[in-house]
Design a protein. Structure first.
Length: 419
């Protein structure tokens, strides 16, 4: 058994404040979402899982749900399940994600494809919908997929990429965006939460600046959906894409979702003309005729089995409420910053995330030259954070599955690995 935190405090008396453990336990005892911790499957040998921003934990009831799906929905109902429940699942599940996490009305969100494919579809559609404009604006430090696809779309359409280079810790601001958008801008692509630092962008202000310029705003929600509340409809967002395997706990490779504002549907034509986006799926006609509504973003047959796991997590988030999820996230990340100050800063570790909770998403990033080797050792010891090149560890604190004491256990392990 690993050393208890009480023993850890006694062992390093005078170095580690005894207040940290007491504070962690006080926060956990007062946590209104603490009951949700029991909903997640245990991971034998793991003492601290701090990577929920990369892959969320599975719910405890997933084995039975999967068995029931295979036994009944697939195994017994067979192809009849398409007519009975699967045909409209991408739209129904999209509406559920929209209602629970996005602040969006029904009919604007669909689950389909991967994040990469959906980004491509929406980027191409947006550029085509702004003839006479030939620039795509994107942050230089955005996630590689976003940058790579934007570059590919620029090459295909003859557009020019304009790069924003914001502060690496505080992230992109509305002023940064206002400086580069113009009447030549067709599309702006940004992440709501920076995958490196966790910096939280001001979505309403940035969206307003982009739309005032006449350009289309596309948000990547991969690191914010399920942990940061948003109001896509009220904030005037044109389009957005997000994955479901992080804070929505959909499992490895679970499909992404796309949001396309109602006013753009039928005017923005996505470029991959598959049979599921046709007006009559089973007409098998000689030419593609797109359907109206959000189903137009579909191309091929939806990955039904891969949509299973996230449904239970959406129920948990709906039960908790996004405001409470955000409050727990702030509590966890604030506590992580406090523990960093006391345990890690004296050992030369740098804080690579904003200190202000209002400017931070659901993870905290810390930096040290030894962290690549440290991460390898931590994983062997059952402490699972996330390493990001060149020298950052991300502490991904998923609010419904992570406690303050588990957070402290992980940070203590990082400190010990540096000794």
């Amino acid at each position: 058994m690993p050393e208890s935190l009480e023993d850890e405090h006694r062992r390093v008396a005078g170095v580690l404040s005894p207040d940290l453990l007491a504070e962690a336990r006080r926060l956990d005892a007062a946590d209104p979402l603490a009951a949700h911790l029991a909903a997640f499957a245990e991971a034998p040998g793991v003492t601290a899982y701090l990577d929920g921003n990369s892959l969320g934990r599975p719910l405890k009831d997933m084995p039975e749900k999967a068995a029931r799906f295979i036994r009944d929905d697939w195994g017994t109902r067979l192809i009849r399940s398409w007519d009975e429940q699967w045909m409209d699942l991408p739209m129904r599940l999209g509406d559920r994600i929209a209602a629970v996490t996005l602040g969006a009305a029904a009919g604007q969100t669909v689950v389909a494809d991967s994040t990469s494919v959906l980004l491509y579809k929406l980027m191409r559609a947006a550029v085509a919908a702004r003839p006479g404009r030939n620039e795509i604006v994107i942050e230089g430090g955005n996630f590689p997929t976003d940058r790579f696809i934007a570059a590919g779309v620029a090459e295909e359409t003859g557009a020019t990429l304009r790069w924003i280079e914001p502060d690496a810790v505080t992230g992109v601001t509305a002023d940064d965006v206002a400086e580069v958008v113009s009447d030549r801008t067709a599309l702006v692509v940004l992440s709501h939460v920076d995958y490196r630092s966790g910096a939280l962008a001001d979505m309403p202000s940035i969206t307003r600046a982009v739309k005032d310029s006449g350009a289309v705003m596309l948000w990547d929600l991969c690191h914010s959906v399920g942990v940061v509340p948003m109001q896509l409809d009220a904030w005037g967002v044109d389009m957005a894409v997000g994955c479901t395997y992080k804070y929505l706990n959909g499992g490895p490779g679970s499909p992404a979702f796309a949001y396309l504002r109602t006013e753009h549907q039928g005017r923005f034509a996505q470029p991959i003309h598959g049979w599921w986006g046709a007006a009559d799926i089973f007409a098998m006609g000689p030419e593609y005729a797109p359907v109206g509504g959000i189903r137009q973003l579909l191309s091929g047959t939806p990955p039904v089995l891969s949509m299973l796991a996230m449904q239970g997590m959406l129920d948990l988030i709906a039960d908790a409420g996004m405001a409470a999820v955000r409050a727990k996230s702030i509590s966890l990340t604030d506590f992580a910053v406090r523990a960093y100050d006391e345990l890690l800063a004296p050992r030369g570790v740098r804080l690579l995330s904003p200190r202000a909770a209002s400017r931070r998403g659901g993870h905290v990033t810390i930096g040290h030259d030894a962290f690549q080797e440290v991460t390898q050792q931590l994983w062997k010891d059952g402490v699972i954070p996330d390493f990001r090149f060149p020298d950052g560890i991300r502490l991904g604190l998923s609010p419904l599955s992570t406690s303050h004491e588990e957070t402290l256990r992980g940070i203590v392990a990082v400190r010990d690995a540096l000794v």
